[in-house]
Design a protein around this ligand. Structure first.
Ligand SMILES: [Zn+2]
Length: 298
């Protein structure tokens, strides 16, 4: 049923029209999490043909210099959140298409056998209810499910240092906090630790140049923006619906989630922003998150 809807929206020409009317002169930031090689191949083939893929740093420089000469029409920035170990498998596809990609690493989880909290199976409350809890309450709730942030599992879920070193020659690696909390639900000290220490670890232990924060789950408050600015970030990315211009608030950049889809029609409709636009009119937040076990809420 859902598949048919995307096919309909694509072949009716609505995605194309939306792209032409609203997207052409903007910078679209697209969000993936953990796609396999075939999906990467299909997605990158489409996106590199229909958009001009630019690096995040190109946008950041253009923003601060107020110089649009390096921003083409139909500009797109490709991003991946979390630093899933599966991202390593698509490195050959990234190299093949020779396109800039940014991966936001969860600094406390990469290069360890610690797991993402959202991999924990939760059935008694919804993902939304869990994310609505204070950070302390969420962690207490998860502890009852035998999960805690420092717990070491048998296998890794995130990229290793070796993989990051190899990938960082081709991929821009940035920060996605330490443990992926919902920042506005954190105490002042926890939010500060998550934002400041992730940058420090990625720079000092992984030799990366960190200038951008992707807010976990896309959630942020004015306090979190201030912490990020004070910590020396130059840019931060949300999952708020919409496109960007050089005048956009660079600590609230908008991003379009494509839900790691294998369906080319869904990718086309979502990449054009049409889907998030329809969803945002409905008052529903666009689908976000990488939820293997927690039920998707859109
Ligand atoms: Zn994330």
């Amino acid at each position: 049923m859902k598949k048919l809807r995307f096919k309909f929206l694509r072949y009716l020409g609505l995605a194309k029209l939306f792209k032409l009317l609203f997207q052409r002169d903007k910078v679209t930031i697209i969000l993936f999490h953990d796609i396999d090689v075939d999906t990467a191949e299909q997605s990158f083939a489409y996106l590199s043909k229909h958009y001009n893929i630019i690096d995040l740093d190109t946008y950041i420089e253009a923003h601060y210099r107020k110089d649009s000469s390096k921003i083409p029409k139909n500009a797109m920035i490709i991003t991946f959140d979390d630093g899933h170990i599966g991202n390593y498998e698509i490195l050959p596809v990234i190299k093949k298409y020779n396109i800039p990609v940014t991966i936001f690493l969860t600094a406390g989880i990469i290069n360890t056998n610690k797991h993402f909290w959202f991999s924990t199976k939760v059935t008694d409350i919804s993902e939304l209810e869990l994310k609505a809890k204070s950070n302390k309450e969420r962690l207490e709730f998860l502890k009852d499910k035998d999960f805690w942030q420092e717990k070491i599992f048998e296998t890794p879920e995130a990229l290793s240092k070796k993989q990051i070193e190899e990938m960082s020659q081709y991929v821009n690696m940035q920060s996605h906090t330490l443990y992926h909390p919902i920042l506005p639900k954190c105490s002042d000290s926890d939010a500060k630790k998550e934002i400041v220490e992730s940058k420090k670890i990625l720079e000092e232990e992984f030799n990366l140049n960190i200038n951008t924060l992707a807010y976990p789950n896309g959630d942020y408050s004015d306090r979190d923006i201030k912490i990020a600015k004070d910590a020396g970030y130059r840019c931060a990315i949300t999952v708020d619906y919409g496109f960007n211009t050089l005048d956009s608030d660079i600590f609230k950049l908008k991003r379009v989630s494509v839900n790691d889809t294998k369906d080319i029609n869904e990718l086309i409709v979502k990449a054009s922003g049409l889907w998030a636009f329809i969803k945002s009119r409905n008052g529903t937040k666009q689908a976000y998150g990488y939820a293997k076990s927690i039920k998707e809420y859109t």
